[in-house]
Design a protein. Structure first.
Length: 154
C-alpha cells in the first residue's frame, strides 16, 4: 500500500490521502472507536494516548490526550458534525498546545480501492498562517507513523 501524500490547496486547505489494506468498514471503525484509536493514533514512537473520548454521533464530543512518556503532551478537542458509516466523517477539531488553536474543519472519506481503502482527508483551516503553523509542527511525520501503525493492524 502507498504511503501518505499531503498537498496544499489555496491558502487554507490541506489534503491528506493514504491507501490501507483493510476494507472501508474497518478503517472507518479505526477512526471512530476509542479502543482502536488508542492503538494507532500515537504519532512518533514513544507516545501514548491515555485519554480517548469519541462519542460517535452528530454533536458527539471528541477528546484525545497524548503523552510523550517524559512529562510532556498535548490534547485535542472537537465535535462530530456528520457521520455516514463506513464512507464519511465530518468533524471540527482544535489542538491545545496549551492554548487552543483555531478550529480545523475536517472531512474524511473512505472509498473502496481494490481490496483495500483509499482514505482522503480534507482539512479547512481559518487562514494561511494557521495552516503554515500546523504544517511546521511535524504533523506529516506524526500522521505517517500513526497510519503505518493502523495499516499494520489490518
Amino acid at each position: 500500500m502507498s504511503k501518505l501524500t499531503l498537498k496544499t490547496e489555496g491558502e487554507r486547505y490541506v489534503v491528506v490521502a493514504r491507501r490501507f489494506k483493510a476494507p472501508p468498514e474497518a478503517v472507518y471503525h479505526a477512526h471512530t472507536e476509542p479502543e482502536l484509536v488508542q492503538k494507532w493514533m500515537l504519532g512518533p514512537e514513544g507516545w501514548t494516548m491515555p485519554v480517548c473520548i469519541s462519542e460517535v454521533r452528530p454533536g458527539g464530543k471528541i477528546r484525545y490526550e497524548w503523552a510523550d512518556g517524559k512529562g510532556g503532551g498535548f490534547y485535542l478537542t472537537g465535535e462530530y458534525l456528520e457521520l455516514e458509516p463506513f464512507s464519511r466523517i465530518v468533524h471540527v477539531e482544535r489542538m491545545h498546545l496549551p492554548d487552543p488553536t483555531p478550529d480545523n474543519h475536517v472531512e474524511t472519506r473512505f472509498e473502496v480501492d481494490g481490496s483495500g481503502t483509499l482514505m482522503t482527508m480534507r482539512m479547512t483551516l481559518p487562514d494561511a498562517a494557521t495552516r503554515a503553523a500546523m504544517l511546521a509542527s511535524g504533523m506529516e511525520q506524526g500522521m505517517e507513523a500513526s497510519y503505518a501503525r493502523l495499516d499494520g493492524m489490518s
